[in-house]
Design a protein around this ligand. Structure first.
Ligand code: FAD
Length: 406
């Protein structure tokens, strides 16, 4: 039961869960083992509008905002976070476009993203620029009405199956963090190629790729925001996208519990159901309480964001302005601290829950034909991507300490 959702959001959550049960669950073991993406599922996801749920109606979306996106991601991840990941990664790629695109750019990209005809992805991380995203080595040099991008990104989720990559590059290396700029790069742009595909611990069905840029000419019209604004694009994107990771984590944790409790009820040892042992049932109770707390925090943050994001989007569409400009008019504070809290708490809860579910189930929990070990492997990355949990703590602490300054 989720008391934090509107009736419409609950209906969308139910639809997402039913979709995942029908179309994803039958594939999850096979594609986890094969470490391949079942591309046929993308078409099924398009048919039920999973990509446009949160995007503005003006571009063919459902207009639901971040809370609606979270409701869908949670229910999808409850079944399988890897195959359903393009919903989350396309939202991550679309977020900087939503926030920073001009009216013309929104009209150019949003209808395709909202319909799922094109999937967006996000590429900031480089071999030497991880937690310190400002250490970008990829460069973008202005050349007439184009920029020429050279360099490499790594660990790009949904790589290869995505169409529009939001790529960060330094337009002025001498300026360091203030010299970074964001661009939308179409997958078919000459000079853009995929590199190594990673072999991973979890979310194995989702392809994680290196991206290479060699003399990759991108139209200046594809620049998001001004030159040197890349760091703001990055930070504000994460403010709005991290509740999505939190929702994914809540879904994974719930999925682990969903598989564990029926097994514990049915499993008999010493002549009784193992669920009746207090050591087991109390641990379950603790985990269930944490998952509910993570869910409550996630939706509280998502709803709070929507209270300004949705009016800002409507104003930007009506005034043909940038969403970010409209947000600035409406809002006094950013969501960095709350968003980081949701991601930190939910992802730690997901990993703790899934790995404890293995303990509670005993030997079968360790076996690959029982899904709980997969939930644990998939939970791990929620503590790492969109900023490791050390980085979330840094951000929370920095804001907290500032709040108490004189
Ligand atoms: C499966 C997967 C998918 C990903 N998908 C994407 C994607 O789609 N797009 C994208 O751009 N990136 C993606 N990433 C990259 C991800 O965001 C980075 O891996 C993450 O930000 C950490 O960077 P790093 O791996 O370089 O670790 P490092 O920055 O090298 O960190 C190493 C360790 O040091 C700690 N650390 C670093 N700095 C500090 C500090 N200041 N204070 C305290 N501790 C610190 C870290 O927490 C970590 O424990 C993905 C990663 C994975 C694993």
């Amino acid at each position: 039961m989720n008391f934090d959702l509107t009736e419409e959001q609950r209906a969308i959550a139910d639809l997402a869960y039913e979709f995942a049960q029908k179309k994803v669950k039958p594939l999850r073991f096979e594609y986890d083992e094969k470490e391949e993406y079942p591309v046929q599922v993308l078409e099924e996801m398009r048919k039920v509008d999973l990509f446009g749920l949160w995007l503005p109606e003006a571009y063919g979306g459902v207009g639901g905002g971040v809370a609606t996106l979270c409701a869908a991601i949670e229910q999808l991840a409850r079944v399988d976070a890897a195959i359903t990941m393009p919903v989350a990664t396309s939202a991550l790629g679309a977020m900087p476009i939503l926030l920073y695109a001009t009216d013309e750019q929104r009209s150019r990209w949003m209808p395709d993203i909202a319909s799922g005809r094109k999937l967006a992805a996000f590429a900031i991380t480089e071999p030497e620029a991880g937690s310190d995203a400002t250490a970008q080595k990829t460069t973008a040099k202005a050349d007439g009405d184009h920029y020429v991008i050279d360099g490499a990104k790594h660990y790009c989720s949904s790589g290869g199956i995505s169409d529009l990559y939001v790529v960060f590059a330094s337009t002025n290396p001498a300026k360091g963090a203030r010299g970074i700029t964001a661009f939308v790069v179409d997958k078919d742009t000459p000079g853009f190629t995929l590199g190594k595909k990673e072999k991973k611990l979890g979310i194995k069905a989702n392809p994680t790729y290196e991206l290479h840029f060699e003399g990759c000419r991108v139209p200046a019209a594809n620049r998001l925001g001004g030159e040197g604004f890349g760091l703001f694009v990055l930070q504000e994107t994460f403010d709005y996208s991290r509740p999505g990771v939190a929702a994914q984590a809540v879904g994974i944790a719930q999925g682990a519990i969903d598989e564990t409790v029926p097994y514990l009820r049915a499993r008999k040892q010493f002549g009784q159901s193992v669920a009746s042992f207090q050591a087991i049932s109390h641990r379950l109770a603790e985990l269930a309480a944490k998952v509910e707390a993570a869910r409550a925090l996630t939706y509280r943050v998502a709803r709070g964001m929507d209270s300004t994001l949705l009016p800002a989007v409507a104003a930007a569409v009506a005034n043909k302005t940038q969403v970010r400009q409209e947000l600035k008019k409406l809002q006094t504070a950013r969501w960095t601290k709350e968003s980081a809290m949701a991601k930190l708490f939910a992802s730690d809860t997901a990993f703790e829950t899934a790995q404890e579910c293995i303990n509670l189930c005993g030997g079968i929990g360790f076996m690959r034909d029982f899904p709980v070990e997969k939930f644990m492997r998939d939970a791990k990355v929620t503590q790492i991507y969109e900023g490791t949990n050390h980085i979330q703590k840094n951000e929370i602490a920095a804001h907290l300490i500032k709040e108490y300054a004189g």
